[in-house]
Design a binder for this molecule. Structure first.
Ligand SMILES: [Zn+2]
Length: 289
């Protein structure tokens, strides 16, 4: 598939009533959850009950046999499972979840893929809406879904200076700009709203109006908000399950997202919302300028 098709599908996904989808902390939580059960073990084979996901499950994954897992990594919202012959690239889409289960666990509706592991456990993929993806790559550098991605927000290269330089010529509003994966990856609607609140910045200002002090604050806020969410096991989404099967919903930790009409936790004023395209943005006009 080429990038144009990929982005078209992304647009379709976003158009589905702006439903909440797993964001970077949920993916990182999944990665940390499954990593100890995979690295150093062998994938014996896979069981694909329904290959019709966002794109058909890669043939190489369907026919995978006896491959030792080298690493489990994440790039943007993709999970990368490295085996000796290549990489399984997994995207959870809107409603995908991964769990580690015993191999004789009962298969339920929407359990589309099992990865059988030499330990006797399985990595099970459930995805009711089937917008997720299981792709294969021999070479990550040539994998179209991974090219042209911006910095990882938790890495040192993503900082105030980088954001300042990137924002100079941009008239687009700050919030949609932050959600552009060419700027920084993995920041969706929830964490863009939350980070801008923490940084005290109004989401509808033009990006180039940010001062160097503000971009410094903003990069720090993004790192803090994402790290907090990861520490909590991922803020989530109705269909997302943590690897142990419990819903990872921590909405009480959110400052503004989904709280229009409720009092600001900082100043007591009312949280407001406005629409950016399909998305709602939440903010406090007293705490953000
Ligand atoms: Zn406030």
């Amino acid at each position: 598939m080429d990038n144009a098709v990929f982005h078209k599908r992304q647009d379709i996904r976003h158009a589905i009533q702006g439903k909440q989808v797993p964001e970077l902390p949920e993916i990182e939580t999944s990665r940390r959850g499954i990593e100890p059960y995979l690295v150093g073990y062998t994938i014996l084979h896979t069981v694909v009950r329904n290959p019709r996901l966002r794109w058909p499950v890669a043939d190489e994954i369907m026919s995978l046999r006896d491959q030792k897992v080298v690493s489990v990594q994440r790039r943007a919202k993709y999970l990368l499972i490295e085996v000796h012959t290549g990489w399984l690239i997994i995207h959870l889409g809107m409603s995908g979840s991964l769990r580690i289960l015993e191999k004789d666990s009962i298969v339920q509706k929407h359990d589309h893929i099992d990865v059988m592991i030499s330990s006797g456990k399985i990595l099970r993929y459930r995805d009711p809406r089937r917008f997720g993806a299981w792709l294969w790559s021999h070479d990550l550098q040539k994998t179209c879904v991974l090219t042209h991605l911006g910095h990882e927000p938790l890495e040192d290269a993503f900082n105030g200076q980088y954001l300042f330089e990137k924002s100079r010529a941009k008239r687009i509003q700050i919030k949609p700009w932050l959600m552009d994966a060419k700027v920084v990856v993995g920041i969706g609607n929830i964490y863009a709203s939350e980070s801008l609140f923490v940084a005290g910045i109004m989401p509808d200002r033009p990006s180039h109006s940010l001062t160097a002090t503000e971009t410094e604050k903003l990069s720090g806020a993004i790192k803090a908000v994402l790290s907090d969410a990861i520490a909590l096991g991922g803020t989530t989404l109705r269909d997302f399950l943590q690897t142990d099967g419990k819903p990872g919903y921590f909405a009480q930790q959110l400052h503004v997202y989904g709280r229009a009409g409720s009092p600001c936790r900082r100043c007591g004023g009312l949280i407001e919302s406005l629409k950016h395209g399909q998305r709602s943005t939440f903010f406090c006009s007293r705490c953000q300028h």
